[in-house]
Design a protein around this ligand. Structure first.
Ligand code: GDP
Ligand code: MG
Length: 162
């Protein structure tokens, strides 16, 4: 049975882009408008010779309770099924209320979490990533899922949690 790593976070932060980066192929659907990825999609992945299951999440629409509740609910389901979690936040936006809700879910789960500060496309964006320390999940790993920047170090750290 392979260990499971779930990628969670609110829509549009770059979860599917990161999944594609890890897979080395464009399989997860990346969209400028949220709501395209099915709730959870499992992929077989490998890093440093270690196979694992990578789960992309997303695809929910706003409902009466709002996007925050839906994101938190989906994070809860994904986390339950995972051995460790990659929590993706958009460093160019900084922490949002929805991100805070996901943090509460992650804390309750007790599962190991790696905080990823995505969209750090260049060294001058690193300061954006530092604002994510306030989420209380430890050191944010700055990456650019789009360009691959930092993704190797991030994967080393994520696999160390499995
Ligand atoms: P998801 O909803 O969290 O799965 O986000 P997607 O992977 O679909 O990406 C949402 C948008 O953010 C797309 O337009 C991506 O091209 C863009 N994006 C993802 N990662 C990065 C990144 O590292 N840098 C920049 N500048 N844009 C990114
Ligand atoms: Mg997606």
């Amino acid at each position: 049975v392979l260990p499971v790593l779930a990628v969670v976070g609110r829509p549009n932060v770059g979860k599917s882009t990161l999944v594609n980066r890890v897979l080395g192929r464009r399989e997860a659907v990346v969209q400028d408008t949220p709501g395209v990825t099915r709730d959870r999609v499992r992929y077989r992945a490998e890093w440093a010779g270690r196979p694992f299951i990578l789960v992309d999440t997303g695809g929910w629409e706003h409902d009466a309770r709002g996007i925050g509740a839906r994101v938190a609910e989906q994070a809860e389901i994904a986390v339950e099924l995972a051995d460790a979690v990659v929590f993706v936040v958009d460093a160019t936006v900084g922490p949002t209320d929805t991100d805070e809700r996901v943090v509460q879910v992650l804390r309750r789960s007790g599962k190991p979490v790696l905080l990823v500060a995505n969209k750090v496309d260049s060294p001058r964006d690193e300061a954006d990533a530092a604002t994510l320390w306030s989420l209380g999940l430890g050191e944010p790993y700055p990456v650019s899922a789009l360009h691959g920047r930092g993704s190797g170090d991030m994967l080393d750290a994520a696999l160390a949690l499995l």
